[in-house]
Ligand binder design. Structure first.
Ligand SMILES: Nc1ncnc2c1ncn2[C@@H]1O[C@H](COP(=O)(O)OP(=O)(O)OP(=O)(O)O)[C@@H](O)[C@H]1O
Length: 595
């Protein structure tokens, strides 16, 4: 993006953010204008004081009222500044909260592929650090900039009115100061972006490691991980230092040149007073305005650095907000659940967007009847879970179609369609909160009876009874306080509670003991009536209970039929089944030995 485009996008983003709060922003602007006008009036007051005999001690009454006016001026200035500060800072907070909410809502509707390429830590850093920068920009830098621009501009006009010759000298000075400032500011901006990126990298590293802390500790990787983090944060530090060096240089140039010039102007002014070309009051007024202008430019150069950082942050946030990996959502009303759904995969080709060359499904065809329970088996990586990803529309097919009751899945209203699906992931997903919160995640308005029934169906009643606070027991982040099997039962209860027309179970019973598995099996058995159920399973017991079994290998269906048919075929299924039998026999043997 070119520099002008960047400023334009920053401007239009800021504009759209400020728009809903324009009354507030206008009030802030009013207070700012009033404050600046008061500041600019101050030197005139001083000139008047000096020239009307303040120095000579004449006219003591006039002196009293002049100081009285000055006091009023100071009071108005103080009030305007306080009001401006309140309005502007609050506006900054409001807008940064709006922006955070907007970015977060936008993130939540991104396709899963977005999160495959961008690390969660990085996203979080954008959500917090970058929005904070915008807050600083609106809540202080922008007002600082406006205030200083006004006093600088007003000061310049007043300088010209006071003494055109001396003003010429001051303007020359401004030009001399501006050139190095602009060059340095550009460098600061580049380094700012780099520094924010580096910070995001560090937080992405920390996020991943802290999420997997037990594995890190089990493999003694604490030192390696700490070293990785250190390397990353050292890079952040070095970039930040380079930025600070440049900003310091910026300050030196701006302040040094400005004040040196001021001294020169003062010298010229002193000579003018001595020769009677100027009154003492006029010189005082001139010097005050020149100080305004000098300090104004110095302040502007400083705030320019802030702008650059905020522009970097805004650029990244705009990038996020403009991302369009969202799924086209609106569409035809999804068909009503009438004893489940008729689902057809027709000539489906599919490759994950992150590996577009590798087709996970190729010319895949499958019809699933209304109310059918279909088991999907096959070796790891065969493409079983991918079928679920397509049915839940995390991804769309590359070729062919997925039809629901004869309608293309892509044409259906996504929210309505997903409301018809209940899904249990391969790895049970548990949120922090209570057991109850976790179960009713699928149906927030569920009654206590419905929750109890779902828990009972998922064979979870027993373990919940043993919990200190029953259903209100807090499970910890990601459910760390539950065992693997307990987590799985909670996520099954969640799916059962949804009472959806399509139930998708991805190895839902894998971490259950034999008894719980049997109980859940019975629950699935009970709940399969009136809905279409797809079960990905490795265990034979689960598979045998299905109406039909589909055997997949390398993205294709290689066999299909009942357990009996498939065993008779002596193909892949029979092979997988025999391995499973051996496995189960071995387990029984072990159990006998243990007893
Ligand atoms: N997000 C992804 N991006 C790229 N490739 C993926 C992604 N998810 C899965 N794959 C690949 O797609 C293929 C099928 O994966 P899938 O998860 O459907 O297999 P599966 O049959 O469910 O395996 P398992 O029994 O191990 O769960 C695998 O080769 C896998 O590496």
């Amino acid at each position: 993006m070119s520099q002008t485009n960047k400023i334009q996008t920053l401007g239009s983003t800021l504009g759209s953010l400020v728009k809903p709060h324009r009354t507030w922003a206008l009030a802030a602007l009013g207070a700012l204008l009033l404050g600046s006008a008061m500041s600019l009036t101050m030197p005139v007051m001083f000139r008047w004081l000096i020239d009307s005999g303040f120095l000579a001690g004449e006219n003591p009454e006039g002196l009293n009222s002049a100081f009285g006016y000055l006091l009023v001026l100071v009071f108005v200035l103080a009030m305007a500044s306080a009001v401006r500060f309140y309005l502007v800072t609050t506006l900054g907070e409001r807008i940064s909260a709006d922006l955070r909410n907007r970015v977060y809502s936008h993130l939540l509707v991104q396709r899963p592929e977005f999160f495959e390429t961008l690390k969660v830590g990085e996203v979080l850093s954008r959500l917090t650090a970058d929005t904070t920068l915008i807050q600083t920009l609106i809540g202080s830098s922008l007002s600082f900039f406006l205030r200083n621009s006004l006093t600088t501009l007003g000061g310049l006009v007043m300088l010209l009115l006071t003494s055109p010759l001396l003003s010429g000298a001051v303007l020359l000075l401004v030009l001399v100061v501006m050139v190095p400032v602009v060059i340095l500011a550009r460098r600061v901006r580049k380094l700012s972006r780099a520094s924010q990126d580096k910070l995001a990298d560090s937080s992405a590293i920390a996020q991943e490691v802290l999420n997997q802390i037990t594995t890190v500790q089990a493999f003694n990787q604490e030192h390696t991980e700490a070293a990785k983090f250190t390397t990353s944060s050292e890079q952040t530090y070095r970039t930040a230092r380079r930025r600070t060096i440049n900003r310091s240089a910026l300050l030196f140039v701006a302040i040094g040149l400005a004040f040196a010039g001021l001294v020169a102007v003062l010298w010229m002014g002193a000579k003018a007073v001595a020769s009677g070309e100027m009154s003492a009051g006029e010189l005082a007024q001139f010097v005050m305005y020149a100080a305004f202008v000098g300090a104004g430019f110095a302040a502007l150069s400083e705030v320019l650095g802030e702008f650059q950082r905020a522009a970097g942050a805004a650029e990244r946030l705009i990038e996020l907000l403009n991302l369009d990996t969202t799924i086209h959502k609106q569409g035809l009303p999804a068909p009503a659940k009438q004893g489940g759904f008729l689902i057809e995969f027709k000539h489906v080709d599919f490759a994950y967007p992150s590996a577009p060359e590798k087709f996970v499904l190729e010319n895949f065809n499958l019809s699933i009847q209304r109310g059918e329970t279909l088991a999907v088996v096959g070796p790891s990586g065969a493409g079983k879970s991918t079928l679920f990803s397509l049915l839940l529309r995390w991804y769309d097919v590359n070729q062919g179609q997925v039809l629901i009751e004869g309608q293309a899945l892509e044409s259906l209203d996504l929210e309505q369609w997903r409301a018809n699906c209940a899904y249990v992931a391969q790895e049970a997903v548990i949120f922090s909160g209570s057991l109850k919160d976790n179960v009713r995640y699928s149906k927030p308005d569920a009654t206590a009876e419905e929750i109890d029934k779902a828990m009972a169906d998922a064979a979870a009643t027993q373990f919940v009874r043993r919990m200190p606070d029953g259903l209100d027991t807090s499970v910890g982040e990601k459910g760390v306080r539950l065992s693997g099997g307990e987590r799985q039962r909670v996520s099954i209860a969640r799916a059962v509670l949804r009472d959806a027309g399509l139930l998708l179970l991805d190895e839902a019973t894998a971490s259950l003991d034999a008894e719980s598995e049997q109980l859940v099996q019975q629950a699935i058995e009970k709940s399969r009536h009136g809905r279409t159920t797809l079960i990905i399973a490795h265990r034979l017991a689960t598979v045998m209970a299905a109406d039909r079994i589909v055997v997949m290998n390398e993205g294709k269906i290689v066999e299909m039929g009942t357990h009996k048919d498939l065993m008779a075929k002596q193909g892949l299924y029979a092979k997988l089944a025999s391995l499973q039998f051996i496995d189960e026999n071995a387990q029984k043997l072990m159990a006998n030995v243990a007893n």
